[in-house]
Design a protein around this ligand. Structure first.
Ligand code: CTP
Ligand code: MG
Length: 229
C-alpha cells in the first residue's frame, strides 16, 4: 500500500471514566476501536493499518482488529502504545512498510469518522505535498484569559478552526519531524508545523467528533440511531 493509517487507541479514557481504555468501550454493540477501523478498512484504496493499543490489551485489540479487517489482515499491525499520545504515534511510525508514502494519524476515539474523510485527506496530501488537517468552524466565541481570570481579548472566530483527525502527512517529513520533536504536542499537525513544514486544511466532518465524555458517547449513539432509520 502507498498509504498507512496509524489508529491511536492506547489512551486510558480517564474523562470517560468507565474503568477501561476508551477504545474498548462498547457503542451500540461494537467497541469504539471496531467502529473506527470499519471506516479505515472501507477506504477506496487499501492502506496499511497500524493499531496502537494499550500495552495490557494488545492481544484483545489485535483480535478485534482482525475481525474487522477480514481478508485485509495482511496489512494490519498492532503495537503497544506509550504514556502520551505522541509516544503512541511514534510507536506506530516504527512499523511502516517500505512502500508507504503518506501517513494518516487518527484517534480511535473519533469512532464515527466516515471513510470519505480518510479518502479526502489522502487526496489532499498527494496533491499538496503538505500536512493536511481536517477542520470545522468554531461555534463558541473564544476568549483569551489571563492568570487572574480576567478576559484579555476575544479572538476573531473567522480565523479559528477546530482540528480533527485523520491528519495526513508525507511520510519522510513526518518521521523526521518526530525525530526532531523537542516538546509534547496535542496533535500531529502542530508537531509537523513546529518542524517547519506547511499544513493546509480541508473540510472536516461532524461525525469525526471525539468521544471524550459520557455525553459524547450519547451523541455517538444518537448518530447511529439516526443512520439506522
Ligand atoms: N492515545 C494514545 N496513547 C496515549 C494517549 C492517548 O494512543 N498515551 C489516543 C487515545 O486512545 C485516543 C486519542 O489518542 O484515541 C486521543 O486521546 P484522548 O481523547 O485524550 O483519549 P484518552 O487519553 O484515552 O482519554 P483521557 O485523556 O480522558 O484519559
Ligand atoms: Mg488523553
Amino acid at each position: 500500500p502507498r498509504t498507512a493509517v496509524i489508529v491511536v487507541a492506547a489512551g486510558s479514557g480517564t474523562r470517560l471514566g468507565l474503568g477501561m481504555p476508551k477504545a474498548l468501550v462498547q457503542l451500540a454493540g461494537q467497541t469504539l476501536l471496531e467502529r473506527a477501523l470499519g471506516s479505515v478498512f472501507a477506504m477506496s484504496e487499501p492502506a496499511q493499518v497500524v493499531v496502537v493499543a494499550p500495552a495490557d490489551n494488545v492481544e484483545q485489540a489485535e483480535a478485534l482488529a482482525r475481525s474487522v479487517a477480514g481478508v485485509a489482515s495482511e496489512y494490519l499491525n498492532v503495537v503497544a502504545g506509550g504514556a502520551t499520545r505522541q509516544e503512541s504515534v511514534r510507536a506506530g511510525l516504527g512499523v511502516l512498510l517500505d512502500s508507504v508514502d503518506e501517513v494518516l494519524v487518527h484517534d480511535a476515539a473519533r469512532a464515527l469518522t466516515p471513510a470519505s474523510l480518510f479518502d479526502s485527506v489522502v487526496a489532499a496530501v498527494r496533491e499538496s505535498g503538505s500536512g493536511v488537517l481536517p477542520v470545522l468552524p468554531i461555534a463558541d466565541t473564544i476568549k483569551e484569559v489571563d492568570d487572574a481570570r480576567a478576559v484579555v481579548g476575544t479572538l476573531d472566530r473567522s480565523r479559528l478552526a477546530a482540528a480533527q483527525t485523520p491528519q495526513g502527512f508525507p511520510r519522510a517529513e513526518l518521521v523526521s519531524a518526530y525525530f526532531a520533536a523537542a516538546e509534547e504536542h496535542t496533535d500531529d499537525a502542530s508537531l509537523f508545523a513546529a518542524a517547519g513544514h506547511p499544513v493546509i486544511t480541508v473540510d472536516g466532518d461532524q461525525r469525526a467528533f471525539k468521544v471524550t465524555t459520557v455525553w459524547d458517547l450519547r451523541r455517538a449513539e444518537s448518530y447511529i440511531d439516526d443512520s439506522a432509520q
